[in-house]
Design a protein around this ligand. Structure first.
Ligand code: NDP
Length: 273
């Protein structure tokens, strides 16, 4: 009993070392880091001294490249290393090659943020095979392929942080989002399962579930009536910004969150309440 009390005494002492600063010198892979939420996450992690690798989707027209180069410059201006290139997360062979290159270029991988994602909204009775499959392949299979590459590395080094981008629409439903909602519900399930499988190797696996976040994809692609309704439903009365998501992701990648795993944290201004 005395020994137990002694141990409790030690365990409850404040630990000044646990801060978000514990991320310096680590290497993070942020998928889909060329725009929107991924860009904000890449820059936020870089600000905490984390080297950044990110990918984006080659649209075949070369239009995505300048956006990615601009993000790389922002990351580098924080004084960390950056590696980036086009790589489709929905293609396991490309993902495997990308992870190997990141490891070689940046000297290791410690953090994975599965952010790459798309939407192809349509009533389910009009939804094509392609609309269904491309969303599931990118959002769910893509997260799995990246996790599968990261897992052996994280297990071997007995350290790793994974944050998956889910969505409030993985927890609730909306007209026209059958493919997207199914993919994000799958991401939540994948998160919990991976947390169980990797916990023994000191790997934290969590998800964030953003509500409506002001990225160009959202403001250009979603009708203003839907955005107005989302703003009204949020108890904070506003849409989120990419930085709102980046802050929580940074926290989850830090040692301040070392005892959180398998969690799904809504970042939605109270939309789900
Ligand atoms: P954006 O469209 O702005 O960015 C998506 C990023 O993913 C881009 O870099 C894009 O590259 C990349 N990407 C898309 N498909 C692939 C692929 N197959 N392989 C590799 N990269 C790919 O989206 P957001 O920033 O708005 O969203 C980011 C994540 O957050 C997504 O998972 C989304 O579902 C989730 N989310 C967003 C919300 C919002 O309101 N914005 C709400 C809830 C969740 P490229 O530009 O070259 O196509």
């Amino acid at each position: 009993m005395e020994q137990l009390l002694e141990e409790v005494g030690v365990e409850t002492e404040p630990r000044p070392a646990i801060t978000v600063e514990g991320m310096e010198g680590k290497v993070a892979v942020v998928t889909g880091g060329s725009s929107g939420i991924g860009r904000a996450i890449a820059v936020a992690l870089a600000r905490h001294g984390t080297h950044i690798a990110f990918n984006f989707l080659d649209d075949g027209r070369g239009e995505a490249r300048p956006e990615a180069e601009a993000v790389a410059r922002l990351v580098e201006s924080e004084g960390v290393d950056v590696y980036f290139r086009a790589c489709d997360v929905g293609r396991p062979d490309e993902v495997r090659a990308f992870f190997a290159e990141v490891e070689e270029e940046l000297g290791g991988i410690h953090i994975l943020v599965n952010n790459a994602g798309i939407g192809r909204d349509r009533a389910l009775w009009r939804m094509s095979d392609e609309e269904w499959e491309s969303v599931l392949r990118t959002n769910l299979s893509g997260a799995f392929y990246c996790l599968r590459e990261a897992a052996p590395r994280f297990r071997a080094q007995e350290f790793g942080k994974v944050v998956n981008l889910a969505s409030v629409h993985g927890l609730t439903s909306e007209f026209g989002l059958a493919n997207y909602s199914a993919s994000k519900a799958g991401v939540i399930s994948l998160t919990r399962n991976a947390a169980k499988e990797l916990g023994a190797s000191n790997v934290n696996v969590n998800a964030v579930a953003p509500g409506y976040i002001r990225t160009t994809r959202l403001t250009e692609g979603v009708p203003s009536e839907i955005l107005d309704r989302a703003r009204e439903r949020s108890v904070l009365g506003r849409l989120g910004d990419p930085q709102d998501v980046a802050g929580v992701v940074t926290f989850l990648c830090s040692e301040a969150a070392r005892h959180i795993t398998g969690a799904v944290i809504p970042i939605d201004g109270g939309y789900l309440l």
